[in-house]
Design a protein around this ligand. Structure first.
Ligand code: GRF
Length: 218
């Protein structure tokens, strides 16, 4: 079985990193984490990686003069570790078009909304404010415009009338932990292919790449 070498880029808590660590621990999972990079030295995700025996480094954006030299350093670390797929997981730096093009179709992200709705920050607040009935999360290939790119998997959750941003986030996050490893698995097993601005998924039960979480019982 081909084992895809991953890097996970984080800035904080790293629960999605943990989901990927746990998935990779299964003997039949077709990927392994070769490297974790944090742009913040205090990111808890670094400890998660260390606990799992995974190489984890900090590349602090604050110690570089500009975005390009920070990204050059990240690129070098990824190349040195022979990384084949880069997973952004709560990585709070906007990447330049140059970096994104260097890693075109080898760079994926998880975002806490049903893209293309609610790109950017404060997704839960904005969904509640708009009164939408469904929210969710998306794993997608990264393109130069923030939170755009071919969609691999989405999970939808209901928005309840008494939700606040915290309760909605708490409903979405466990779905992120399901779909991120699933997306990696699809890519690693060559079942997800980018075609134009879409991802085609082979061999998936219908509806492919879509998960709907049940409405919680009161
Ligand atoms: C997640 O909600 C993810 O979708 C967003 O940032 C959050 C990171 O959470 N990009 P964690 O660090 O993985 O716990």
């Amino acid at each position: 079985m081909r084992i895809l070498k991953l890097a996970v880029l984080i800035s904080g808590n790293g629960t999605n990193l943990q989901a990927l660590i746990d998935a990779c621990a299964a003997p039949d999972f077709p990927a392994e984490i070769a490297l974790v990079i944090s742009n913040r030295p205090d990111a808890y995700g670094l400890e998660r990686a260390e606990k799992a025996g995974i190489k984890a480094i900090t590349i602090d954006h604050k110690s570089f003069d500009d975005r390009e030299s920070f990204e050059d350093s990240v690129h070098e670390a990824l190349t040195e570790a022979k990384v084949q797929l880069v997973c952004l997981a709560g990585f709070m730096r906007i990447l330049t078009a140059t970096f994104v093009r260097r890693w075109q179709d080898r760079l994926i992200n998880i975002h806490p909304s049903l893209l293309p709705a609610y790109k950017g920050l404060n997704t839960y607040e904005r969904a509640i404010e708009d009164g939408v009935r469904f929210a969710g999360c998306t794993v997608h290939y990264v393109r130069p415009d923030v939170d755009t790119g071919p969609i691999i998997i989405q999970a939808a959750v209901p928005v309840l009338s008494d939700d606040d941003p915290d309760s909605l986030a708490a409903r979405i996050l466990p779905q992120e932990h399901i779909i991120y490893p699933e997306a990696v698995c699809l890519i690693a097993s060559s079942k997800a292919r980018v075609r134009g601005h879409k991802v085609i998924i082979d061999d998936m039960p219908v509806p492919s790449g879509a998960y709907i979480a049940p409405v919680p019982k009161k």
